[in-house]
Design a protein around this ligand. Structure first.
Ligand code: NAP
Length: 262
């Protein structure tokens, strides 16, 4: 059993403070478990989504102001363990977490769900390294793309002014889109039946996605396969060297309990 407390000889016992860099279902899962274990848990959200799903424990919202700001926060808030549970494509935050943890000496764990590279359908998809390659590949495969790569990536596809593009995003895009683009505001999880109906209704002929992994957004991949629609998948950014990584909230909890208990 874990004892998530630090007891200095004559100082009062203090509950161990964990900062989770969140914005994902995995971050919420690990927050729930750590709150249950008795840690003082704060989840940090970037503030991109107007009504985010809130985790258990404390929540802070907004950027830290770069690596220096994150270091100052970690020290000021007496954070003992840092968990980077941001989305696999949030590579700037992951790099900042690594640098801030290294400089402050605070243990850091990277929690990222497994990608789809081992998915049963993976060898049927068109894998590309970045969004520009995804655009070029999708253009060669179809003329009615379903773009599900996220609001912040839309600029990479802005050349598609003449295409009827279906995009699905959580928040409304911040800038004007080409006239023929159609926006669906929605967030997962999605069902296979729903995705089959959506792809058929909009006569989509190519799907573009990131290698987000997990099950929340997987149904579109299964639906595309059923309908014979090609899929373009953007590979994840590389994981920086020196990170301790786990793929589940359960593994993260074990690691944190080990670090806190040690
Ligand atoms: P990013 O490009 O890696 O980060 C850009 C900046 O946003 C960071 O330097 C940091 O600002 C701030 N930031 C990012 N995550 C933060 C967090 N959890 N708490 C406080 N500040 C944060 O990140 P992103 O790709 O825009 O993702 C932003 C958030 O959305 C993340 O929390 C991520 O988990 C979530 N999300 C991202 C995606 C995606 O596809 N990228 C998908 C689903 C959810 P400062 O430098 O000022 O500290």
């Amino acid at each position: 059993m874990v004892q998530p407390r630090v007891a200095a000889r004559s100082a009062p016992v203090e509950v161990i403070r964990v900062l989770i860099l969140g914005g994902t279902a995995e971050a919420r899962a690990v927050a729930r478990q750590l709150v249950g274990d008795g840690y003082h848990v704060t989840t940090s959200l970037a503030g991109r989504v107007s009504s985010p799903a809130l985790p258990e424990g404390h929540v802070r919202i907004g950027g830290f102001g770069g690596i220096g700001g994150l270091m100052a926060y970690l020290v000021r808030e007496r954070v003992a363990v840092l968990v980077d549970a941001t989305h696999p494509f949030a590579s700037t935050m992951t790099q900042h977490a690594l640098e801030a943890a290294t400089m402050t000496g605070i243990p850091l764990l990277r929690l990222a769900r497994p990608g789809w590279t081992n998915h049963a359908l993976a060898d049927k998809w068109h894998w590309v390294d970045d969004h520009n390659a995804a655009r070029v590949t999708a253009e060669s495969l179809g003329t009615l793309p379903f773009l599900t790569t996220g609001r912040q990536t839309l600029g990479h596809y802005a050349q598609w002014t003449n295409l009827k593009v279906l995009i699905r995003v959580v928040e409304p895009p911040s800038s004007d889109l080409p006239r023929r683009w159609q926006v669906i505001l929605d967030r997962g999880p999605y069902t296979l039946d729903g995705e089959l109906a959506l792809l058929a209704r909009h006569t989509v002929d190519v799907v573009v996605t990131k290698n987000s992994g997990g099950t929340y957004t997987e149904a579109k991949l299964l639906a595309a396969q059923r309908l014979g629609i090609p899929v373009v998948v953007v590979r994840r950014p590389p994981t920086p060297a020196g990170l301790t990584c786990v793929e589940s909230a359960k593994a993260a909890r074990q690691w944190i309990n080990h670090v806190a208990g040690g």
